[in-house]
Design a protein around this ligand. Structure first.
Ligand SMILES: [Zn+2]
Ligand SMILES: [Zn+2]
Length: 176
């Protein structure tokens, strides 16, 4: 198998973690990880939620990659809103491509053991929902200024926990 990023380089077996083998490129240090191996590896470990504190964010290359195994185009998946990094998945082979350092990302983000979940529609939908909320917040923060926006946000929080949320909402709408 050839590296999807570096021409002329062949993928070689490499240990990503104890007992977890992937096919890795000796040049860019990217790795092709069969999700089957990964699931097996996760199941063998006891719920390991160790938090890793390492500063590894690789420059993510935006263009689509070709699966080293079957040459089909891989699909990009956002991991989390805290990072711009995207993981590539070949849905045909069920194998993920991790750029150099990306193996450590799910661990860093306390998502260890959740790699396959990232590739689900639910995960991606939730990310889009959060992103939408962030965008709305950002917009009103810009319009109102940080201080006033914070007041409104706190009021909203208070209102949502109130027993008469609907009443308050109605009052706000009708009393202007
Ligand atoms: Zn490479
Ligand atoms: Zn493939």
């Amino acid at each position: 198998m050839h590296c999807p990023q570096c021409t002329g380089y062949t993928l070689e077996p490499k240990l990503l973690d104890e007992n977890l083998v992937a096919a890795s490129c000796p040049k860019c240090e990217g790795a092709l990880l069969p999700l089957l191996n990964y699931r097996h590896w996760v199941n063998q470990r006891d719920a390991d939620v160790e938090k890793v504190d390492v500063e590894v964010i690789s420059e993510d290359v935006e263009h689509a990659k070709m699966c080293p195994k079957c040459s089909r185009l891989m699909t990009k998946f956002r991991i989390d809103l805290r990072t711009q990094n995207k993981l590539d998945l070949c849905t045909h082979c069920d194998e993920a491509w991790l750029d150099k350092g990306e193996w450590k990302l799910p661990k860093q983000l306390e998502l260890a053991g959740q790699l396959p979940k990232i590739f689900t529609e639910e995960w991606q939908r939730e990310l889009r929902r959060q992103q939408q909320i962030n965008r709305v917040n950002q917009r009103y923060q810009n319009t109102l200024g940080e201080e006033d926006f914070e007041k409104v946000r706190l009021f909203k929080e208070w209102m949502e926990q109130h027993d008469n949320t609907a009443e308050i909402r109605q009052y706000l709408l009708l009393s202007v």
